[in-house]
Design a protein around this ligand. Structure first.
Ligand code: PAF
Length: 285
């Protein structure tokens, strides 16, 4: 038996719904088009606050994080199915505001500057993206006032920047990074996978294969790990690599030994996919 979440469209409805509940508030911010990856975030959020505490999922396709020519208009919108998935995963409140509700005066004058980390990796080809992401996440934090917020590790740079914002601006929110959920063949779940046709879907497996090859080889050091990744990519047809970057877990310069992160972005057809894995580097490199 699942019970329907309360649907809040306005700030007042949201505050009303939360004022009737007790306990730490958990928030899972989303742009809808929910899939099993989001279900994982909701499960993780519920674990974090316990069975009785209020769990809020926001569904808001944030125009501020899309540049002109990106997929804002064709971003998948599957609201009824999203609410059903929320109900199945114990969400108490779905907050689904309009653009006017989130940005009442149009473009905000005061926004969050995401700093230098937003200009590398994803930011190199999407220079305004994280400015929009951090601004809307700060707004959602202000509106929902969560104690815990859960984001996916699949968007690792986003997760890292949100952690940074929460620390640097003393927001006092516990940011949890949930494990990436993958298809059986390793492809990370993403709302954008639905843009892939059958052939592209098959080719897209090159991304996780590249990352997993590097993870396996990491015990021989960073240069062997990168060579293993590049070897995988040489066999990948129809996959246009944008970047393959080895970094520290906080996205600083890559260490020579110990924990590291490998991040990849590539286009398969017209669809841009990203993925990443944690590595443990050993040996000389
Ligand atoms: O990861 C997303 O879906 C979005 O970037 C987020 C965090 C909901 C902000 O719009």
């Amino acid at each position: 038996m699942t019970s329907s979440p309360f649907l809040a469209r306005s700030r007042e409805e949201l505050r009303g719904a939360l004022s009737r509940r007790r306990g730490p508030v958990a928030l899972v911010p989303t742009m809808g088009a929910l899939h099993a990856g989001h279900a994982g975030l909701l499960t993780r959020a519920r674990q974090a606050v316990g069975p009785e505490a209020p769990l809020v999922a926001s569904i808001f396709v944030n125009p501020m994080q899309f540049a002109a020519g990106e997929d804002l208009d064709r971003y998948p919108r599957t609201f009824d199915a999203d609410v059903e998935l929320c109900a199945e995963h114990g969400v108490d409140v779905v907050f689904s505001p309009s653009v006017e509700e989130v940005y009442p005066g149009g473009d905000p004058q005061v926004t969050v500057d995401p700093g230098p980390l937003a200009r590398v990796l994803e930011g190199a080809s999407r220079p305004t993206h994280f400015h929009g992401v951090l601004t809307v996440v700060a707004k959602l934090f202000g509106l929902v006032r969560p104690d815990v917020a859960v984001f996916g590790q699949k968007d690792y740079q986003q997760l890292t920047l949100i952690r940074r914002m929460v620390d640097d601006l003393c927001m006092g929110i516990d940011v949890v990074g949930a494990e990436t959920v993958r298809e059986e063949d390793g492809l990370a779940l993403s709302s954008r996978n639905r843009y892939l046709d059958e052939d592209q879907r098959w080719r897209a497996v090159a991304l996780p294969r590249t990352l997993f090859a590097a993870r396996e080889a990491a015990r021989y050091g960073a240069s062997v790990a990168i060579a293993a990744a590049r070897h995988e990519l040489r066999h990948a047809r129809g996959v246009d690599l944008e970047y393959l970057e080895l970094t520290a877990p906080d996205l600083g310069p890559a260490p020579t030994t110990g924990p590291a992160r490998l991040l990849i972005a590539a286009r398969v057809g017209t669809t841009r996919l990203i993925d990443n894995v944690a590595l443990e580097l050993n040996g000389d490199s």
